[in-house]
Design a protein around this ligand. Structure first.
Ligand SMILES: NC(=O)c1ccc[n+]([C@@H]2O[C@H](COP(=O)([O-])OP(=O)(O)OC[C@H]3O[C@@H](n4cnc5c(N)ncnc54)[C@H](O)[C@@H]3O)[C@@H](O)[C@H]2O)c1
Length: 460
């Protein structure tokens, strides 16, 4: 087995946008997994980046969802229907359509198959996070990437939020000296947080639980911000709020499996109403006949195998430590971070709303799409506290839409003109693995109660 630590130490510093050179024709893109998130990429490729990109294939287990995307881009951009393929015909699509780049936006547990197949065909890959969801799959991707002439970009949009870029800039400038520790709390509210317990994410076998599916963003940010390698992880996690037993014990549970068509769900603040949102109705309710997938499951029904309250302690190769907490049942959504340095402290507060309103009241708004903060209620406050000096406010303003403005900037980095990227925002498969391994180690620590060596995970 190779020395994984050495392999993971490679750090991407150049932007490497997936743009054609002056002599190249438009690059040919295929998208696999045409659900909600795919829209960000499909819209960009069919719209603002259509002069340098061509959509040549859509692939999914569900053909109804593909047809919805095709109709949307026809309506919005007058785009001709993109050829559609069944999941089993992915390889045929790559050949028939002479694909250059594959965009992976399918369910997490399927990412590795598509990434590896594309890399083996020598193609470039843009994959949504998490890059994958277990150590075996992660190893497969790292091996395939090593042998391939193709590249992997992991779409860590949080790096491209200007507030997060500022944090990276301040830390890299040495303004707070050497970093001794990071304290990081992320709160998902009872609307967005609850959504993980309604969908495929509720089963750990699909996405590795929130330590992998969600916290991969947060661990990636810390790895990037402090420019160091996670070495050891100890964690404690539990299902405290959602699930049938918790729901019954606290009198929150209603007796239904899925909300659509259920009288019990009508006034349940935890129920989502698919029929009331055009997007949710088209993408999921009207696509159920193909795969039987229910996107509106009861968060207090049986079958949940993921945690909703997780505490993690990470030791880094630099000697810094991270104490991290993820809560998925909070009244408000946002995060607080403190960096303790030898010359002072950097503090960030991001508030995406002041309180969550019941899902039912959100039914006609875009709030069902994650990444949308509530205008008028948001706040980003970054302060520096040098030793022996008064604190200074580095920024204080409202948040941008689309993951704090990160989505649009990520798309420009992927599909627009590549730039110098002095902050090293561009993330490759090593970054994807590094962030993933913290979550996987945390999952293992939940089970064993022991601290886990991160590098040992890939050796198993
Ligand atoms: N970076 C972000 O901010 C962000 C936000 C949302 C989602 N995501 C990521 O995007 C991905 C998709 O999430 P989503 O919210 O769109 O979920 P979704 O359920 O709306 O879409 C998933 C799609 O994958 C398809 N699929 C399932 N099995 C498949 C298979 N074997 N082959 C091909 N397609 C298959 C489903 O039919 C569905 O169309 C996930 O990996 C998620 O982590 C990232």
């Amino acid at each position: 087995m190779r020395a994984n630590v050495i392999e993971l130490q490679t750090f991407a510093v150049s932007e490497g946008a997936l743009v054609p050179t002056a002599n190249e024709a438009r690059r040919r893109y295929a998208v696999v997994g045409l659900g909600a998130r795919a829209q960000t990429f499909v819209d960009a490729l069919a719209g603002p980046y259509a002069d340098r990109a061509e959509l040549v294939g859509f692939c999914d287990v569900n053909q109804t969802r593909i047809a919805v995307h095709n109709r949307w881009i026809a309506e919005r951009y007058g785009y001709a229907a993109v050829p559609q393929y069944e999941a089993g015909d992915f390889g045929r699509m790559l050949e028939e359509q002479r694909v250059d780049v594959v965009v992976v936006t399918s369910m997490d547990r399927t990412h590795d198959d598509y990434i590896v197949a594309a890399l083996e065909a020598g193609l470039d890959v843009v994959t949504e996070k998490p890059m994958t969801m277990d150590p075996v799959r992660c190893r497969r991707i790292l091996d395939a990437a090593e042998k391939s002439s193709g590249s992997v970009r992991v779409a860590f949009n949080y790096r491209y939020n200007p507030v997060h870029e500022k944090v990276r800039e301040v830390l890299a400038s040495g303004a707070i000296g050497d970093i001794g520790s990071v304290h990081f709390e992320w709160l998902l509210d009872v609307r967005h947080g609850a959504d993980y317990f309604r969908r495929w994410h509720r089963d750990k076998a699909n996405a590795g639980g929130l330590m992998v599916h969600k916290a991969t963003h947060h661990f990636d940010l810390v790895n990037w911000w402090i420019d160091s390698e996670p070495v050891k992880v100890y964690a404690d996690g539990k299902l405290f709020f959602y699930g049938d037993e918790n729901g019954k014990r606290r009198g929150l549970a209603r007796d239904y499996d899925r909300a659509d068509g259920s009288a019990e769900a009508k006034d349940d603040p935890f129920a989502i109403k698919l029929a009331a949102s055009e997007k949710l109705r088209e993408l999921y309710l009207e696509a159920e006949h193909e795969d039987g997938y229910h996107r509106d499951q009861n968060v207090f029904a049986p079958g949940i195998t993921i945690e909703d309250d997780m505490a993690v302690l990470v030791r880094y190769s630099s000697g810094a430590s991270l104490s991290y907490h993820l809560t998925a049942y909070s009244p408000w959504e946002g995060y607080r971070i403190g960096f303790n340095g030898s010359a002072g402290r950097l503090e960030l507060l991001v508030r995406e709303n002041t309180f969550a309103t019941p899902a039912e009241e959100q039914e006609h708004s875009t709030a069902v799409q994650h990444g949308d903060a509530k205008p008028g209620e948001t706040e980003a406050l970054l302060t520096i506290h040098p030793l022996w000096e008064p604190p200074q406010t580095l920024l204080h303003h409202e948040l941008g839409q689309g993951h704090g403005g990160g989505d649009a900037r990520l798309l420009e980095s992927l599909f627009g003109d590549g730039d110098e990227d002095p902050l090293g925002r561009s993330a490759d498969h090593h970054d994807g693995a590094r962030s993933l391994l913290v979550g996987l180690a945390a999952n293992q620590s939940f089970e064993t109660g022991q601290a886990v060596d991160v590098s040992a995970l890939l050796a198993q």
